[in-house]
Design a protein. Structure first.
Length: 451
């Protein structure tokens, strides 16, 4: 049953981030359907709503339980997806039945100058996106709680890595499915309808199969909390306690660094690939997909290693250091060599593999050092910080990407240039690495489990 629990939470997270980045690889198609509006702007609205919802997750889960909150949030997400799809599902359904031509005039019905059976008005798209953004923290802030309640101590980092990083598969789906299906207005219409249908199926499955807690605690630390009848305090009390706990701020900084880099790269994947010499839309979509899949694989592989060794600090520092090197080819060009698409794609994949796992590893580390603190509150703080910084940094990175700095322009052999957004991400990595090096706190939960 624990893997069923993990599977549903991961699937819901997948769909929620698919919605967030659904138009990241097709900004031109979206902007043609909604003149004057941008894909980047829609992503930013989603992230800000996510940030606000993070403040409510802990107290809601503490009061109503994980099962009820997950079911309610899956329903909320489904409603948001159908608002984004509108009545666009009707022509898709008629197409499947082969009767669309018989009702062509009906399908072309317009209301206030817009097609009734097409994409909804932009304000409705925004409302639907905000509802999904409101639901997402209930899938992204609860994996450490699910891991603690359902998984043994030597499985927790891996299970958290799957749940926390599986949303990256959703972003990968946005790149591949969006880039393939949404080749115009009709394609975008079918694309949004597909997401709504998949969200509905996931929500029905969640209502049928998702449970609350197992009959027997899976670890000594969880059993100890139950025997002591541990009650989680209100969210604001937990936050004060966390920030007064030595060692909590380092995992938080690493988490923010990781999520900021992955969100910036994901939001601007089109521009990153094009300036590296990859201009084909399908190639860009598959490159973006590879980046997100690498994040999931890295989380599973490095998560298993951390489960065995508890080497949180060493693995995190190595990942941040490697991200500093691997982010460079995303915006650095040596003029004599020219653009190197192969180097860009390989660097992109390895960047995902090493920078993505920093999130689940440090989510588990933060829970470990704050034991017996509220796992959901820990992850809510991290998601709040990560998504707030992402929402603020995505537009900053977008402006920085337009800045091109020349390096040694008068030395023909070494002349090169570097984009501002890459400098920006490198600065985040350097600052985080320097701050994280001083981490030296006891792993309280691991000590309770005897690990």
């Amino acid at each position: 049953q624990r893997w069923i629990q993990l599977g549903y939470l991961s699937t819901l997270a997948l769909i929620s981030d698919w919605v967030c980045f659904s138009t990241a690889s097709i900004p031109d198609v979206f902007e043609a359907a909604y003149p004057g509006k941008t894909s980047e702007g829609l992503i930013d609205k989603f992230l800000f709503m996510n940030v606000m919802s993070c403040l409510c997750v802990t107290d809601a889960v503490s009061r109503f339980g994980l099962q009820k909150c997950t079911k309610a949030s899956s329903l909320l997400m489904t409603v948001g997806c159908w608002l984004r799809s509108g009545l666009g599902i009707v022509p898709v359904f008629f197409d499947l039945l082969g009767i669309r031509e018989d009702y062509a005039s009906f399908m072309d019905t317009q209301v206030f100058g817009m097609r009734l059976f097409g994409l909804p008005p932009y304000p409705v798209i925004v409302i639907g996106t905000l509802l999904v953004g409101m639901a997402q923290p209930f899938f992204q802030c609860t994996p450490p709680l699910l891991s603690a309640q359902w998984f043994a101590s030597n499985e927790r980092a891996t299970s958290s890595a799957v749940a926390l990083n599986f949303n990256q598969v959703g972003i990968a789906a946005a790149f591949v499915v969006g880039g393939t299906m949404a080749d115009g207005y009709e394609g975008l219409n079918r694309y949004f309808a597909l997401i709504a249908v998949l969200s509905t199926i996931a929500s029905i499955g969640t209502f049928c199969h998702f449970q609350n807690v197992p009959p027997i605690p899976p670890s000594a630390s969880e059993l100890d909390k139950l025997q002591k009848c541990h009650q989680e305090p209100p969210f604001y009390v937990s936050v004060r306690t966390f920030f007064s706990t030595p060692g909590f701020s380092r995992p938080l900084a690493a988490f923010i660094c990781s999520i900021a880099i992955t969100n910036v790269v994901g939001a601007f994947i089109n521009e990153v690939m094009e300036r590296g010499g990859v201009n084909n839309r399908r190639a860009i979509a598959w490159a973006g997909c590879g980046f997100e899949i690498a994040i999931v694989l890295g989380g599973i592989i490095l998560g298993k290693y951390v489960d065995r060794t508890k080497e949180y600090k060493r693995v995190t520092l190595a990942c941040i250091a490697l991200s500093l090197v691997l982010v460079l080819p995303l915006g650095f060009t040596e003029h004599k060599l020219g653009k190197e698409p192969a180097l860009l794609v390989v660097s992109l994949f390895f960047l995902g593999f090493f920078v993505g796992p920093v999130q689940p590893i440090n989510a588990e580390l933060a829970v470990d050092v704050t034991y017996p603190g509220d796992e959901t509150a820990v992850e809510s703080v991290q998601q709040f910080g990560g998504n707030l910084c992402s929402a603020l940094l995505v537009p900053v990175a977008g402006r920085a990407a337009k800045l091109d700095y020349q390096i040694l322009p008068n030395v023909s052999l070494l002349a090169s240039d570097i984009r501002g957004d890459v400098i920006f991400m490198m600065a985040i990595s350097i600052a985080t690495y320097c701050f994280y090096r001083s981490f030296d706190s006891p792993l309280r939960r691991s000590m309770m489990d005897g690990d």
